[in-house]
Design a binder for this molecule. Structure first.
Ligand code: TMP
Length: 308
């Protein structure tokens, strides 16, 4: 309808963000917005990547740190060892010549070795707090408003990351100074021993190539360090009934985050932060809405306010 058309233009063509947003098929987007709006907030959930999606790619002229990079162990030798692994495996992560099954094995190897170094070199909750306090990490402008709006409307947010849940949780705590009832973190979660030292990781490792498999099966409430995940059964099945999705990501692979869900309508929002010319064509085809050059979250807040 004319009204919806006007709404959509407001979302995608608003003042200062005009040059930073690309919509490949605005008719399709408009249909999706109408369908989600009609079904209402009870049918909606948000699935968001963390690094460089909720957080800024650039922070005061420096690359924002990922949850893995934030964590500094007491013995610097272990930070160096993890950095060496990064230098070896990170290029392989993006090497188009490596077949998927082989790359999956490499990623399992990388995450396995990194987690082992974290356990061997020691990590404490105190160390996590200190690392996060010093970290170069900032949420995009508008993330607070987005979380507040979704909380008010009772729409759950799954933050989905192949990084470290405990770091992400601490970043949320330190940056927001409050918790959100509706926010869940799906990521690699640490288990601490009675002396408060990292002992192991909980459940199956989430790496970049299996970020699609167990979105709902690993969801743990923020600030809930309880070992018994069975209590979440009801919540998981409630999430599966929310068949409309607003997905936020910065890699085309992030679209897989909703694979565990039999969704009806999905609006995908992409952030193309860097080397825009190289990826613009593939990203604009892959995402319903694409924000360029480390944009703010204000457009997504506006979109969400039209969806619920
Ligand atoms: P994600 O944030 O998109 O879920 O992916 C996690 C990123 O973490 C991935 O691009 C590789 C990176 N990473 C590190 O920087 N250091 C590490 O030790 C590991 C295992 C991954």
């Amino acid at each position: 309808s004319g009204k919806n058309q006007a709404q959509m233009e407001q979302i995608v063509v608003n003042g200062s963000e005009l040059s930073q947003v690309v919509v490949d098929d605005s008719n399709l987007l408009q249909k999706k917005i109408s369908a989600i709006r009609l079904a209402g907030p009870a049918k909606l959930q948000v699935i968001a990547d963390f690094d460089a999606t909720l957080t800024k790619y650039w922070v005061d002229g420096c690359r924002g740190q990922s949850s893995h990079n934030v964590l500094q162990q007491e013995d610097p030798e272990y930070n160096d060892k993890r950095q060496k692994l990064y230098e070896y495996y990170h290029p392989l992560e993006f090497d188009p010549a490596i077949p998927l099954d082989e790359k999956t094995k490499l990623m399992e190897e990388w995450w396995g070795k990194t987690h082992a170094l974290l356990i061997e070199g020691g990590v404490t909750y105190n160390g996590i707090q200190n690392s996060v306090a010093k970290a170069t990490v900032a949420f995009r402008d508008g993330v607070t408003e987005l979380f507040e709006l979704l909380e008010e409307k009772g729409v759950p947010v799954l933050i989905f990351s192949a990084g470290l849940a405990d770091i992400i949780e601490e970043v949320l705590k330190q940056k927001f100074h409050r918790s959100f009832k509706n926010v869940r973190i799906v990521s690699n979660r640490m288990v601490f021993d009675e002396n408060g030292r990292l002992h192991s990781f909980k459940g199956k490792t989430i790496h970049v190539l299996n970020k699609n498999e167990h979105a709902l099966d690993m969801a743990v409430p923020v600030h809930d360090r309880c070992d018994d995940m069975n209590g979440l059964g009801d919540e998981k099945s409630a999430l599966k009934k929310r068949t409309n999705v607003l997905l936020l990501g910065d890699h085309i692979g992030d679209l897989g985050m909703s694979d565990g869900l039999d969704y009806e309508t999905r609006i995908s929002v992409g952030f193309l932060n860097d080397r825009v010319e190289n990826s613009l064509e593939s990203y604009r085809k892959a995402f319903d809405i694409l924000y360029l050059n480390d944009a703010s979250m204000h457009g997504v807040v506006k979109l969400a306010s039209h969806l619920c």
